[in-house]
Design a protein around this ligand. Sequence first.
Ligand code: SAH
Length: 231
Amino acid sequence: MTFRATILTLYPEMFPGHLGFSLAGKALERSQWSIETVQIRDFAEDRHRTVDDTPAGGGAGMVLKPDILAKAIDHVSGGDNRPRLLMSPRGKPLTQQRVRELASGDGVVIVCGRFEGVDQRVIDARNLEEVSIGDYILSGGEPAALTLLDAVIRILPGVMGNALSGTHESFEDGLLEHPQYTRPQVFEGREIPPVLISGNHAAIEKWRLEEARKLTAERRPDLLFDQPVAK
Ligand code: SAH
């Protein structure tokens, strides 16, 4: 069972991009996931292969046409139950929980917007789930799609060499991660906290949890609200 990503874009050359490197790249070579791009422009019908038009009601910029995009979507996801996502700053903010859900499925179809965005009717008619990667505006959905896929692929079974290194990450348990240290033991006069080299695993766990809670309370108190049962 391979996780399949299909990307609808005007810039297919942007893929797999950074996902061709490092652990994701190796996993791609091993066929632990696959990526296919679809050029939206291939579905345009006129001589100029037009994919966009001016906004109804006036205003700056261009809007991706619903008819062309719908044809591209139907081409890839007929009879396929993968979620259809549209990268969009108006979408639901992406969370580690949604990333985990997506990683447990068969794959995703992702539409990358450009210009001012996409005609609302194709979002409604093709039931696109709008997903945002943060409260800022990118010039296109491609880097957002790569970011979402990066988060999903790293937690696919067998992708991370050391399976355990994924378990105590920020957000995995509703907390930001504790600070990390490695050798040398003294760096510019700063020491590694002694507890971490004490060999006392219970004390280390306790210290890490306390630090994680302190950091989360300082930086992201919002995360502490909807905690299930703190461990
Ligand atoms: N006019 C739109 C922004 C368009 S930006 C608005 O104000 O809502 C162009 C494209 O970039 C979008 O269609 C979307 O696919 C992508 N994009 C921009 N910011 C994004 C974000 N924060 N998260 C996900 N996709 C984003």
